[in-house]
Write a protein that binds this ligand. Structure first.
Ligand SMILES: [Fe+2]
Length: 306
């Protein structure tokens, strides 16, 4: 019997130089729900998420990613996964509930071989989705902007994709759904999941600690059009899309927050069982793996930051 392990991607903390501006953007344009404001941090979530937050904005001089977190349901699983990380030669740091913020649960923190700070969290505060648990309507009446219901995945970069993919498979027990292989056999890009979707996290060859985008889920293709309309209305810089990916078969729209962090709203994809075999794309078809219709990737789309 397989262990419960990591449930799903929980949240990410990103840097923004202007917290007030970024908070207004994520609340009014993206349409996330603000659950807590502090002098230097804002906590937000997708409207249908029950957890306290899926995004933390941290006011700092630069932009980029501070950390990402995965949700672990069982305290014993948190201990078991921490032991696996330690056994891989990586030191961990443990935080008691409410140590990182008033809503945080027990957290095991470590730096992955890719250079990314990763938290495994059990017991983040639950605040509900704003709907009654008895005979609820389909959605709250006060949604704003794109109003994605929930976080979907994160896309990162690192120098050694083979190594971080092996770490996620062998230590954190993720499953590989798709990969883009270089002609020499190295992994250029990998897609990994815990939620039976095409990806909860993906890695692309690039600088260690690199952050490409954070993606929120929307329910259908037409929501991508509405999201693009919302970008146009607010003068938000659209990077790519709405379009379809070859890898994951999902559809997405990419745009930038006021600080320069790349956002995506994403839908589609497929169901992936733990015993399914991963799909492989060749280096020659990498453009089609990323953008099915265009078959190539603009250089600007590969711009990253850490
Ligand atoms: Fe994505």
């Amino acid at each position: 019997m397989t262990s419960p392990g990591v449930l799903r991607l929980s949240h990410a903390e990103i840097r923004v130089p202007d917290l007030q501006l970024a908070t207004a953007y994520y609340a009014e344009v993206v349409g996330l729900v603000v659950t807590r404001t502090e002098t230097n941090r804002t906590f937000l979530k997708g409207w249908d998420e029950h957890q306290h937050h899926s995004l933390i904005l941290s006011e700092e001089p630069t932009y980029g990613l501070n950390s990402l977190a995965f949700k672990v349901m069982e305290p014993a699983e948190l201990d078991r996964l921490a032991e696996r990380v330690e056994a891989a030669g990586i030191s961990t740091q443990r935080f008691a509930p409410e140590a990182l913020n008033p809503a945080s649960g027990t957290v095991v923190r470590f730096t992955a071989p890719s250079g990314h700070v990763i938290d495994l969290e059990h017991g983040q505060a639950q605040v509900g989705n704003g709907l009654s648990l008895i005979n609820p309507p389909p959605a709250p009446a006060d949604l704003k902007g794109m109003h994605p219901p929930r976080l979907d995945h994160i896309f990162l970069l690192c120098e050694d994709v083979d190594a971080i993919t092996a770490f996620f498979q062998e230590v954190l027990e993720f499953r590989l759904t798709e990969q883009i292989l270089a002609d020499d056999g190295h992994q250029l890009t990998t897609f990994l999941e815990r939620t039976h979707t095409p990806h909860d996290i993906a890695f692309l060859t690039g600088p260690d600690g690199g952050f490409h985008h954070l993606a929120y889920w929307v329910d259908e293709w037409n929501d991508l059009r509405t999201a693009a309309d919302t970008c146009a209305y607010h003068g938000v810089n659209i990077d790519a899309g709405p379009t379809r990916h070859g890898a994951t078969r999902g559809c997405g729209l990419y745009f930038f927050d006021p600080a320069g962090n790349r956002n995506e709203v994403y839908t589609g994809g497929y169901w992936f069982d733990p015993d399914d075999e991963p799909t492989t794309w060749t280096e020659a078809e990498m453009g089609r793996a990323i953008f099915t219709y265009k078959g190539q990737v603009d250089p600007g789309f590969m711009s990253v930051h850490s």
